[in-house]
Ligand binder design. Structure first.
Ligand SMILES: Cc1ncc(C[n+]2csc(CCOP(=O)(O)OP(=O)(O)O)c2C)c(N)n1
Ligand SMILES: [Mg+2]
Length: 333
């Protein structure tokens, strides 16, 4: 699908490098989980969905908060959690982005405006609107990007949240990452409404369907929605069509879908597509691309070393940052 926006060489190379980082990080972490038994617990890979992170990053500012579900490694690193902090979190180490106590599903970085990492399907839809309310209340022009899956789109919280978000014209872009499955259940088996973006109609919220296998199309749609929200025009629902190459989680062999379906999406791979565009436009030589690939390989290897050499959290830390501080003073002006 063609876009109207002209993107710079820097943008294409940024997209390529970020998507490669996410892809190679996930593959290495999966290897450390399965082959080495170094990572335990839940683990949901973002492989296949990288173009969404890439396009969303160039369409937003660093201060714009992001919030997502448990498939959070890619978006967390895109926002600024370092590969070291990300890998250490997967290893349950004290140097992780949630001090080793959150694990795969609970990446978090207040510093980088990344608000999780949520395990309750759809829970972050309401929390995302709350973040947007906070931005509006404080009088900033920041816009929240609130990500959720096609399965989460069937949760009741979506309807209540959309209602209030439209009533108060909250600065939020709701991004449904439609990867066609909620665990092993296809979109067709969860609702009569197969075009998820149409859920916006009931609230007179603008909604759109977006190709999620290309950072260009993602950027363009998100930039439009972010502009509307920044200019106090309220929320938008974007249904971004994507695909996860891996099973739902690390323990899912994905037998509910055909090899042909998987191959069809892999043939539209966003990293290969971006590489093709870079070459076609003559934006980088093979050597320059090889240098990026090598840099990513080194960064991911270094992250593994960092995670392995980091200490586990001390036992005295077990309840710290878990419960709200009863003496916390809420500032309401
Ligand atoms: C409220 C709730 N119900 C059920 C679950 C179990 N569960 C975990 S992930 C998942 C599927 C969600 O799929 P989707 O929203 O499409 O996200 P994806 O995994 O495809 O990114 C379910 C049902 C849960 N974590 N929370
Ligand atoms: Mg899904």
């Amino acid at each position: 699908m063609a876009t109207n926006t002209q993107f710079s060489k820097e943008t294409y190379l940024y997209w390529y490098e970020l998507m490669q980082l996410i892809r190679q990080f996930e593959l290495k972490a999966e290897e450390k989980y399965k082959m080495a038994g170094k990572i335990r617990g839940f683990f949901h890979a973002y492989v296949g969905q990288e173009a969404i992170a890439a396009g969303c990053m160039t369409a937003t500012r660093p201060e714009d908060p992001f919030i997502t579900a448990y498939r959070d490694h890619g978006l967390g690193m895109a926002k600024g959690i370092t590969p070291n902090e990300a890998m250490a979190e997967l290893y349950g180490k004290a140097t992780g982005c949630a001090k080793g106590k959150g694990g795969s599903m609970h990446f978090f970085s207040k510093e980088h405006h990344f608000f999780g990492g949520h395990g309750i399907v759809g829970g972050q839809i309401g929390v995302g609107a709350g973040l947007a309310f906070a931005e509006q209340y404080r009088g900033t022009d920041n816009v929240v990007l609130c990500f959720f899956g096609d399965g989460a789109a069937r949760q009741g919280v979506l309807h209540e949240t959309f209602n209030l978000a439209m009533l108060w014209k909250l600065p939020v872009v709701f991004i449904c990452e439609n990867n066609h499955y909620a665990m092993g259940t296809s979109v067709e088996r969860t609702s009569n409404v197969l075009d998820i973006y149409k859920l916006a109609d009931g609230f007179e919220m603008p909604g759109d369907s977006v190709d999620g296998m290309n950072p260009e199309t993602v950027h363009e749609a998100v930039a439009r929605a972010v502009k509307r929200a920044r200019e106090k025009g309220g929320p938008t629902l974007l249904e971004i069509k994507t695909y996860r190459y891996k099973g739902h989680s690390i323990s899912d062999p994905g037998k509910y879908r055909t090899k042909e379906e998987l191959e069809e999406y892999k043939s539209k791979d966003p990293i290969l597509l971006t590489l093709h565009t870079i070459k076609e436009k003559g934006l980088a030589t093979d050597e320059e691309i090889a240098a990026i690939d090598k840099r990513i390989e080194d960064v991911v290897e270094a992250a593994v070393k960092f995670a392995e050499e980091s200490p586990f959290p001390d036992a005295s830390e077990v309840l710290k940052d878990v419960y709200a501080d009863p003496n916390y003073e809420f500032i309401v002006d």
